[in-house]
Write a protein that binds this ligand. Structure first.
Ligand SMILES: Cc1cc2nc3c(=O)[nH]c(=O)nc-3n(C[C@H](O)[C@H](O)[C@H](O)COP(=O)(O)OP(=O)(O)OC[C@H]3O[C@@H](n4cnc5c(N)ncnc54)[C@H](O)[C@@H]3O)c2cc1C
Ligand code: FES
Length: 271
């Protein structure tokens, strides 16, 4: 059942020059799972899909990055006390393991659903190694908050301004040579996730990725989010999908744009 939920913006944090956290008080509890998303509608703009970055009581947190017209409008106009409408929670989230060793690999605002996941795993006593990558120090998101509940955080920046210099998949590859993980979760730019999944498959490690596809209806009706050639609908059978299944699709190679044209993934960024 799809729920329409009324919300009021209670707090806004400027995470960096292009990402803000919005804390939204809802009239009823969302009761979401990490990896699920909501369609958010702010008056005067379009409805867009955003991952749930946290839920605590009746307050839900969303990290919104400026990407185009709608997200820029929200950044510019949204104020504390403003009303929003949320549709959801939607989609299938991450598998919440009860024990074992876990790694999360995040890039850009892909940290949002993994932050929520890590918090829930830490509550169960599961030890998480978190690999966080960004272009530069300023673009690293939620680092201080993550350090309160991760066993280890490995950070990389492409310009070397913080942590290892280079991309996070290189660090992750190094760690895989000496650490054993039971499951790996990833969210971020598609090419990063593709590399993470290949590394996991080579070693027989279970993996899950949270995908971004063009989401219109969010309930499996319009077909805009379909993964070729097996026809998985990212909006309801995802956005979190098992790595072994993803390797049977055009994940990491092509996606469909808003006109349903197939476009190459290269150069597509989630940061
Ligand atoms: C499951 C899911 C979770 C997401 N989580 C987050 C998040 O936590 N934080 C965040 O900042 N962004 C998230 N996004 C991306 C966010 O939905 C887009 O950045 C936003 O819709 C862009 O809208 P725009 O009008 O500002 O930009 P536009 O100029 O319209 O587009 C900018 C980019 O966003 C893509 N986009 C636009 N509309 C949609 C749509 N309806 N569905 C998917 N992609 C779209 C475009 O293809 C383009 O690549 C998520 C997307 C999906 C599918
Ligand atoms: S967004 Fe309509 S089927 Fe997935």
């Amino acid at each position: 059942m799809v729920r329409l939920i009324k919300g009021v913006i209670k707090k806004i944090i400027d995470e960096n020059y292009k990402v803000k956290s919005f804390f939204i008080e809802t009239d009823i509890r969302l009761e979401s799972y990490p990896g699920q998303y909501v369609m958010i509608w702010y008056p005067g703009s379009e409805e867009i899909p955003i991952s749930i970055a946290d839920e605590s009581g009746t307050v839900v947190r969303l990290l919104i990055a400026k990407a185009g017209a709608t997200t820029e409008y929200i950044h510019l106009k949204a104020r504390i006390g403003d009303y929003v409408r949320l549709r959801g929670p939607l989609g299938k989230g991450f598998t919440l393991v009860e024990d074992g060793r876990v790694a999360c690999v995040a890039g850009g605002y892909g940290v949002a659903p993994l932050f929520y996941l890590t918090k829930r795993l830490a509550e169960k006593g599961v030890r998480v190694h978190f690999f966080l990558g960004a272009k530069c120090k300023e673009e690293l998101l939620l680092l201080d908050e993550l350090s309160t509940f991760c066993e280890r955080i490995v950070v990389s920046t492409e310009d070397g301004s913080y942590g290892y210099r280079g991309v996070i998949t290189e660090c992750f590859d190094e760690y895989l040579k000496r650490e054993k993980y039971d499951i790996v979760y990833t969210c971020g730019p598609e090419l990063m996730m593709y590399k993470v999944i290949l590394l996991c498959c080579e070693r027989g490690i279970r993996s899950e990725a949270s995908l971004e596809r063009y989401i219109r209806c969010g309930i499996g009706l319009c077909g805009s989010c379909v993964l070729d050639p097996i026809g998985l609908r990212v909006c309801c059978e995802g956005p979190v999908i098992d790595g072994n299944i993803l390797l049977k699709t055009d994940f990491g190679k092509y996606k469909r744009d808003e006109c349903l044209r197939r476009v190459s993934i290269s150069g597509v960024s989630r940061s």
